[in-house]
Design a protein around this ligand. Structure first.
Ligand SMILES: C[S@@+](CC[C@H](N)C(=O)[O-])C[C@H]1O[C@@H](n2cnc3c(N)ncnc32)[C@H](O)[C@@H]1O
Length: 240
């Protein structure tokens, strides 16, 4: 797998900063905010409205995509804690303050997800601090090889009640879109990474086939969303 340019550039590199801003434009065209918002509302609907909600986003980048989701989301809970994990330190104080205005307690967490997956690959029923009501990722899983995804899914499934991922769809329409993405005025890094992302994207039931069962019953689904996205969701059966 070829590494995306954004992954190897220093976080302060002006090309990386610009590409991260481009990503917000790309998300608008992909309709990511509404895809994620709809999925989360459906997955969280069965919870008691006032129960505290702990969310972990993996590969969260600067946290602004989830902020735009949160601004439209009706989760009911007055007590939402959001941890934004990324191997780069990208979440600004302004972004944290925007979350705070919504009543969400957001926290940037600098960590490589491979290490996180390794540390969380077994069930720890007693450790409430390591458990999440929901783990979410966007434009992230396609960075990893199949064997890494298997390990990561072990960690995710051992740590959460629900998991949702929204990734690039590997298909001709998304590939076409990635080749003409320059029309959005994005920089060379974004143009290059967009094509790689689609090639590394997912289709059919590819993610579902990697999800571990481990004696736990999961309700899983994998589906196309919008023109360019491919989503996977998993929810424990009989969970809270
Ligand atoms: C394409 S960006 C997506 C950011 C955000 N999820 C979004 O959709 O706007 C991918 C993010 O994954 C992060 N990343 C890549 N490999 C990682 C790893 N091994 N551990 C943690 N974060 C990683 C990068 O730093 C980057 O912020």
């Amino acid at each position: 797998m070829t590494a995306e340019t954004l992954d190897v550039l220093d976080e302060e590199d002006p090309r990386a900063k610009r590409s991260r801003r481009d990503l917000q434009r790309v998300h608008r065209v992909m309709g990511t905010r509404s895809i994620v918002g709809r999925a989360l509302e459906a997955m969280l609907a069965s919870r008691p409205a006032q129960a505290p909600l702990r969310i972990l986003e993996l590969g969260a980048g600067d946290g602004t995509l989830m902020l735009r989701v949160a601004q439209r989301l009706s989760v009911g809970s007055p007590d939402v804690e959001l941890t934004l994990l990324d191997r780069q330190d990208l979440v600004t104080r302004e972004t944290v303050e925007c979350y705070a205005r919504l009543g969400w307690k957001a926290l940037g967490y600098k960590k490589d997800v491979v290490d996180w997956g390794r540390e969380n690959s077994f069930e720890r029923p007693g450790l409430a601090s390591d458990r999440w009501d929901l783990i979410i990722t966007t434009l992230f899983l396609h960075h990893f090889e199949t064997s890494q995804l298997v390990s990561l899914f072990e960690g995710i499934s051992a740590s959460t009640e629900r998991f949702f991922a929204c990734e690039p769809r590997r298909g001709w329409l998304a590939l076409l879109g990635s080749h003409v993405i320059g029309a959005l005025g994005v920089n060379a890094v974004t143009r290059h990474d967009a094509v790689l992302s689609v090639h590394a994207g997912f289709r059919d039931q590819e993610l579902r086939s990697l999800w571990p069962a481990r004696g736990i019953q999961w309700q899983v689904g994998e589906f196309q969303a919008g023109l360019f996205s491919h989503c996977f969701r998993a929810q424990r059966v009989g969970g809270e």
